[in-house]
Design a binder for this molecule. Structure first.
Ligand SMILES: NC(=O)c1ccc[n+]([C@@H]2O[C@H](COP(=O)([O-])OP(=O)(O)OC[C@H]3O[C@@H](n4cnc5c(N)ncnc54)[C@H](O)[C@@H]3O)[C@@H](O)[C@H]2O)c1
Ligand SMILES: [Zn+2]
Ligand SMILES: [Zn+2]
Length: 395
């Protein structure tokens, strides 16, 4: 490509300070170095993790920064030593990478790559400790190795999954974080047996996908737990059979769930980021066999407190990033699952169009013609400041 090896000037939504509206700026994006790729981002969506680190309440502040990690794009150019992707390939960026060489990448059980695992405090590239983004020579920091709120971004090759070029990037971009995370948390980690009962705490995009994963795995009762009752109707489409709003009860929700299920749920998946919900999700599983899976990203000072007897009574607590999927190896297959199911349309998040807006308001990839929420928070009605109202992400 004509731009290969050159600096590209493009638009990006820059977060100058914690909690301040993002501002659309012209940034310079340096060419990719060894084992890096530069990607033209065509669609990006918003995950709650972006918001947490933008608010930086209880998170390490790294500013100015370009957020965004749930996206789809096309390789523009590659750095030295990159052999498994080439310009023109369709890719999904992933916030946690896969080097394919470390002990974790070689283990069938782990996706916690030693080199490229999620690092929310690092704002620079691993190769040289520098940022590839700048404005007038001043560095603008990266976020989780992806920074997709930019028309072009540079990533380590281990943080991109090459996918079927037939897959619609405006839809499958949500598979690069929230949907795969929720699906995998249920299917790969909680592994509910057929006919079992599963509680899903938090019915945002991740929780809806966790409910969907529980349904796919064969759970027969799926209890959605959320403080916001407006989530319940939508969650029904994703497999939830019952709902509990902790605010409706004057006893702890773990007791409410135990009463509903003759002693506790078989599996629970926590998708809120709230420490109390994490503890509740553990304490509501049945003794003897119950397994709880934590997915939400907690406040950095959060402490998990529970009585050790809860473990002795043979309950298991687990946690996962990205639903235990290995990004480069497994994500292309999740995209294939989407392609296959999309044809038969037997899955709620496919029928309603993952990424099309119906899944969850915050998960909508925004194109210029769709008038998303603007950087000043006006224009779309969503309380989060969607940075993309004015960027041209149309294919
Ligand atoms: N582990 C991972 O790999 C991974 C990946 C993506 C997102 N996440 C995290 O998963 C979480 C969910 O992400 P999302 O984008 O779906 O968020 P979201 O904000 O869209 O949804 C969260 C839901 O949880 C509900 N909630 C909040 N506190 C609650 C409580 N105490 N009890 C019950 N419900 C409660 C909210 O009402 C909301 O509906 C976030 O913490 C996000 O950072 C983790
Ligand atoms: Zn995310
Ligand atoms: Zn690795």
């Amino acid at each position: 490509m004509a731009t290969a090896g050159k600096v590209i000037k493009c638009k990006a939504a820059v977060a100058w300070e914690a909690g301040k509206p993002l501002s659309i700026e012209e940034v310079e994006v340096a060419p990719p170095q060894a084992m890096e790729v530069r990607v033209k981002i065509l669609f990006t969506s918003l995950c709650h993790t972006d918001v947490y680190f933008w608010e930086a309440k209880g998170q390490t502040p790294v500013f100015p920064r370009i957020f965004g990690h749930e996206a789809g794009g096309i390789i523009e150019s590659v750095g030295e030593g990159v052999t498994d992707v080439a310009p023109g390939d369709h890719v999904l960026p992933v916030f946690t990478g896969e080097c394919k060489e470390c002990a974790h990448c070689k283990s069938a059980e782990s996706n916690m790559c030693d080199l490229l695992r999620i690092n929310t405090d690092r704002g620079v590239m691993i190769a040289d400790g520098k940022s590839r983004f700048s404005i007038n020579g001043k560095p603008i920091y990266h976020f989780v190795g992806t920074s997709t709120f930019s028309e072009y971004t540079v990533m380590h090759v281990g943080c991109v999954a090459k996918i079927n070029p037939q897959a619609p990037l405006d839809k499958v971009c949500v598979l690069s974080c929230g949907i795969s995370t929720g699906l995998g948390a249920s299917i790969n980690v909680a592994k509910p047996p057929k006919g079992s009962t599963v509680a899903v705490f938090g019915l945002g995009a991740v929780g809806l996908a966790a409910a969907e994963g529980a349904r796919i795995a064969g759970a027969s009762r799926i209890i959605g737990v959320d403080l916001n009752p407006s989530r319940f109707e939508e969650a029904r489409k994703f497999g939830c059979t019952e709902f509990v709003n902790p605010k409706d009860h004057n006893k702890p929700v773990q007791e409410v769930l135990a009463e509903m299920t003759n002693g506790g749920v078989d599996r629970s998946v926590e998708c809120t980021g709230n420490i109390n919900a994490m503890i509740q999700a553990f304490e509501c599983v049945h003794d003897g066999w119950g397994v709880a899976v934590l997915v939400g990203v907690p406040h950095k000072d959060a402490e998990f407190k529970t009585h050790p007897m809860n473990f002795l009574n043979e309950r298991t607590l687990k946690g996962t990033f990205f639903g235990n999927y290995k990004p480069r190896t497994d994500l292309p297959n999740v995209v294939e699952l989407y392609m296959k199911k999309n044809r038969s349309c037997n899955s709620a998040w496919l029928c309603t169009g993952a990424g099309g807006g119906e899944v969850h308001h915050a998960q909508r990839p925004v194109r210029r013609d769709q008038q998303g929420v603007r950087p000043d928070g006006q224009g779309g009605g969503h309380p989060l400041h969607h940075p993309h109202g004015e960027l041209d992400f149309a294919v």
